[in-house]
Design a protein around this ligand. Structure first.
Ligand code: AMP
Ligand code: MG
Length: 398
């Protein structure tokens, strides 16, 4: 049997990074920056006022104080956005607003509150040293400086910075396109009635949403019956449009294992992985496209996605946090685990006590317990028994 780590490496090795792409800033949210970004211009782009007030020469108001105010004629008005402001003549003031360009010849802004607010003549009540309340060109970002490095996750603040630097687009690692293909002749779409022996299909939406939450794009194909020809025609119809195919079902040891039957000897290797749930796995390249085949039991499918696919997808898309955060937490109760299998138990991490409670039995069909959990308890192959209070690694899910 293959170890979990071995199969993780094989799946990761199949999925390569998508080619970077330039997209409008708003479409880049949550993506990873594909290359270092140099500022094409400084920020601020010009010296400007940090206050509403008056641009002056510090020397002209050096003696100003409440008992000895200095009057200055107001020679110009400079709202933000004015592009043709005149130079300041010594012995005068320009009324200036926050963000407006400093007039040539002025070296200081005295804020409105330290004056009488006059419009023809202003009376300045306090002195200011040169440079006060002036935002200097380039004091935030110098032209040519690397402001964001490749691999940075782009959120509101990073995209705001790019917009301020005048960039309409940014080069990102785009999402991988993943085809989700569920298999099983027993499957019926939710909302449709069931005959005895049929079940509602649940892996499709589960995997598609998990893929999207991992930062990739998912296309949920309507599922296929356990029929090799039907499977191949579904796969062939979509293969050229996707970067990865994820199937569920049809890979275990029984008969009618459609995925196994269709893809054995076609570049996909079907193996047993020493884990629970999720022992039957498959992975490989089919017609140049990576294919990862997950087991059909819903718990196995989602746990397999967490263990093998999510980290591989995220690493390929450049996310620094490809793996789930792992914490050590003491168990609320004792538990048993099979020897020779790495077991992933569903758990609930109590944020107050810091303890983790195993949820539900280990069986792979217990969906409601999966839905009640918020973490996976990762039990090493050699562990067979743990007492209450024993610390265990816990993968924190979304
Ligand atoms: P298989 O791996 O195809 O043998 O399926 C194992 C178990 O998972 C069976 O009980 C299937 O009915 C169930 N199963 C397989 N695929 C799905 C699916 N897409 N949605 C819900 N249950 C499934
Ligand atoms: Mg099946």
């Amino acid at each position: 049997m293959r170890t979990v780590a071995e199969h993780q490496a094989i799946v990761a090795g199949l999925i390569s990074a998508p080619a970077s792409r330039r997209v409008p800033l708003a479409d880049a949210a949550g993506r990873v920056l594909a290359e270092d970004l140099r500022a094409a211009r400084p920020l601020p782009a010009f010296d400007n006022s940090a206050m509403d007030g008056y641009a002056v020469l510090a020397a002209d108001i050096a003696t100003a104080q409440a008992s000895q105010p200095v009057p200055l004629p107001v020679a110009a008005d400079i709202p933000a956005g004015r592009v043709d402001g005149p130079a300041l003549k010594p012995g005068t003031a320009h009324r200036i607003m926050t963000g407006a360009p400093m007039p040539e010849g002025a070296d200081t802004v005295v804020q409105l509150e330290a004056t009488d607010g006059g419009t023809d003549t202003v009376t300045v009540l306090e002195s200011r040293s040169p440079g006060t309340h002036v935002r200097r060109a380039g004091e935030d970002v110098e032209a040519g400086e690397v402001v964001l490095t490749a691999g940075t996750r782009l959120g509101p603040a990073q995209l705001g910075l790019l917009a301020a630097l005048g960039e309409p687009e940014v080069s990102v690692v785009p999402p991988l396109k993943v085809l989700v293909l569920s298999t099983g002749s027993e499957l019926v779409e939710p909302g449709k009635p069931l005959l005895h022996g049929q079940i509602h299909e649940s892996n499709g939406v589960m995997l598609a949403v998990a893929i999207r939450q991992a930062g990739a794009e998912a296309e949920q194909f309507h599922f296929v019956a356990d029929d090799v020809a039907e499977f191949h025609s579904a796969l062939d119809s979509r293969l050229a449009q996707v970067d990865l195919v994820v199937t569920s079902g049809g890979v275990s040891a029984g008969a009618y294992e459609v995925v196994k039957d269709a893809l054995t000897g076609q570049g996909i290797e079907f193996v047993k992985v020493a884990m629970q749930p999720g022992m039957p796995q498959g992975a490989g390249m089919f017609s140049g496209v990576p294919v990862v085949t997950l087991p059909g039991n819903p718990v196995s499918a989602l746990v397999s996605f967490e263990v093998f696919l999510r980290p591989a997808l995220r690493a390929a898309m450049g996310f620094g946090d490809a793996a789930r955060p792992v914490v050590q937490a003491p168990l609320t109760e004792s538990l048993q685990s099979p020897a020779g299998r790495r077991q992933f138990r569903r758990g609930f991490l109590d944020r107050v006590s810091g303890k983790v409670r195993p949820i539900g039995p280990p069986g792979s069909h217990f969906l409601r317990w999966l839905a009640a959990s918020d973490c996976l308890i990762d039990l090493d192959e050699e562990i067979t028994e743990l007492a209450a209070g024993a610390p265990v690694p816990v993968w924190i899910l979304d």
